[in-house]
Design a binder for this molecule. Structure first.
Ligand SMILES: [Fe+2]
Length: 585
């Protein structure tokens, strides 16, 4: 009989569920979007009634007690109140007048719907789980815990890190009290140093959403990525930078609104909003300037944290920690020597943060040595599913190659084939890290166009990432440091840019994934085999999905992408699958 800690992320976006054992092991962690195949799973409960029995059976056998922990304090004000009094958009009466203007892609009815869903989601957190537990395990004790939103972000960043000690920054859109919080992490304990509170505090998460909107992208779909990709094509627009500087500034640990007349100031930003006749160059300048201003503000915040905390290790979380362009510059812009960003720094990661907090609260003496948390904690696609496909399939060519699947896949990649690669447990967090990936040869720049044309159908300005064997990292990247979750963008050495041209962005950078054998042996061996064939220890790695959809979850999802795009090969575990009219010789 065992105790289990189930963490739930219950904010209206990026809901997720995580399970931690009484030994502190992560048994399962996955965003709800994967199972539902609904990007960001807006307004969807993490404890989906029709999924819970299977998860309990698989990961929580013989439960004596189940502790359900959520990432939002139930008794604290929720979205309605928060929007009124917090952040970049804060101002009295904002809800009635401002939001519509500031978030023009979002009609008011949608906003109210979102608010209602968040309120309801927080109120209902864990109720589905309780219903099922009571039916399936009537003797199992159930306990509830809820934690400050930003504390759950901090727990995810610190407990997943290899650090004994760290300074922790959570930079987010909003929480119960504010949008930014700082912590000291030592002896597996988190102590809050500061949290931004009050009407005058700005939210950098909401700031970046505004920049996303100015560029013509949709933050509700999580299109902040596009701003980062586009920024590399732009240059500084001094007028916009000066305007932004007149609206927000950093003062110590706080990010503050400067103007009493915030609405008037914000309205001036609309001059830079995408118009029907906007050129890509103009929008790239807005993206560049928005990103540059963001980087300057966060640098000031982190420098202050470093000064106050006197620790060389930084653990960073919150939605803004997904800004890989900035993340890659932190050790150069500040005096932090090591920077850790978890695989799921945004709200999906809070599920594991909440589960870990409950575990540590219950068992404070059970201290495990710090260790980098694997991101491979999600669902698997079993061989049975492929065997069923073989039984009923009449058109695909399917071979099981247990001894040669790695060598064969490496050969096909070196020949320029586009490969859908599904192995083991799915990644926790937004990035494909070699278990739900589309892989390709990085050597020819034309591969970018080919993938966009045949598979991803996305904008040309978005780069593709290089996955590199750790031991070659320094040879390919300037100021190389590990990026296990594709969390940092670094400059590719000039001499190497042509060698991996398809993963080199226009500004000579790459959002790399460091691959070590101990983190992912199968992916390591595949890159190693490709290296032996080509002398290049890098693969182009992009997420196994099509634009607007989450990473594939089931074999059926993988087959749908495979059959409706120009992917040449699908590899699932030891099975190599090719199309009838495009068979691989
Ligand atoms: Fe958050």
């Amino acid at each position: 009989m065992s105790t289990y800690y189930i963490g739930l992320s219950v904010t209206y976006h990026d809901s997720a569920l995580a399970i931690v054992s009484e030994e502190g092991e992560v048994l399962f962690a996955e965003a709800t979007e994967r199972f539902l195949q609904n990007k960001r799973a807006l307004n969807c409960e993490p404890d989906q009634l029709f999924r819970i029995p299977e998860l309990l059976e698989q990961h929580c056998p013989n439960p004596k007690k189940i502790v359900i922990a959520s990432n939002w304090r139930k008794k604290r004000p929720i979205y309605e109140n928060i929007v009124k009094k917090l952040g970049f958009l804060s101002a009295p009466g904002l809800l009635k007048t401002g939001i519509k203007k500031l978030h023009s892609p979002l009609p008011n009815y949608q906003l109210h719907h979102m608010m209602a869903c968040q309120s309801s989601s927080i109120e209902r957190a864990g109720l589905n789980l309780v219903r099922i537990i009571q039916v399936v395990y009537p003797d199992c004790a159930i306990a509830f815990k809820d934690y400050d939103h930003h504390l759950t972000h901090a727990a995810m960043a610190c407990y997943a890190s290899p650090f004994e000690e760290a300074a922790c920054a959570v930079i987010d859109s909003y929480g119960e009290n504010g949008s930014i919080a700082f912590y000291r992490y030592r002896n597996r304990k988190l102590e809050q140093i500061h949290e931004a509170k009050g009407l005058s505090k700005a939210s950098l998460g909401l700031y970046y959403m505004k920049i996303t909107e100015l560029c013509g992208f949709d933050w509700l779909k999580g299109e902040e990525w596009k701003v980062m990709g586009l920024a590399s094509y732009g240059k500084l627009n001094q007028k916009l930078y000066d305007l932004l500087s007149s609206i927000i500034a950093v003062n110590g640990f706080d990010c503050t609104h400067l103007s009493e007349k915030l609405f008037e100031q914000l309205a001036k930003l609309d001059e830079f909003m995408q118009r029907p006749d906007s050129t890509l160059e103009e929008l790239a300048d807005v993206a560049y300037t928005g990103q540059a201003f963001f980087a300057d503000l966060v640098t000031q915040l982190l420098s202050h944290l470093r000064k106050v905390n006197q620790c060389e290790n930084l653990a960073l979380a919150g939605g803004c920690a997904l800004n890989s362009s900035f993340n890659g510059q932190i050790t150069q812009r500040t005096e932090f020597k090591q920077v850790f960003i978890p695989s799921a720094p945004a709200d999906d990661g809070c599920a594991l943060g909440a589960a870990w907090l409950a575990y540590h609260e219950d068992l404070p003496k059970q201290i495990k040595p710090p260790q980098l948390q694997t991101p491979y904690t999600g669902s698997t696609i079993k061989d049975d599913a492929v065997e069923r496909l073989i039984r009923f399939n009449k058109s695909l060519n399917i071979q099981r190659l247990p001894d040669s699947i790695i060598a064969e896949t490496a050969r096909l990649l070196a020949e320029g084939k586009l490969v859908g690669w599904v192995q083991g447990r799915a990644e926790y967090g937004p990035r494909a890290l070699g278990n739900r990936s589309i892989l390709a040869d990085p050597r020819d720049a034309k591969m970018q166009d080919l993938i966009n044309e045949k598979v991803k159908f996305r904008e040309m300005f978005r780069p593709f990432a290089p996955s590199i064997l750790h031991e070659h990292g320094d040879g390919y990247f300037e100021n190389y440091h590990e990026s296990p979750y594709m969390d940092k963008t670094l400059k590719i050495r000039k001499t190497m840019q042509n060698k991996i041209a398809a993963t080199c962005h226009v500004d000579g950078t790459g959002r790399l994934q460091t691959v070590k054998r101990e983190w992912n042996p199968r992916f390591y061996e595949l890159i190693q085999a490709f290296y032996q064939l080509t002398q290049v220890p890098v693969l182009l790695n992009t997420s196994f999905n099509i634009m607007g959809k989450p990473l594939v979850h089931s074999l059926e999802d993988a087959l749908t992408v495979f059959m409706t795009t120009g992917l040449d090969v699908l590899v699932v575990n030891d099975y190599l699958i090719t199309k009838p009219r495009n068979e691989v010789e």
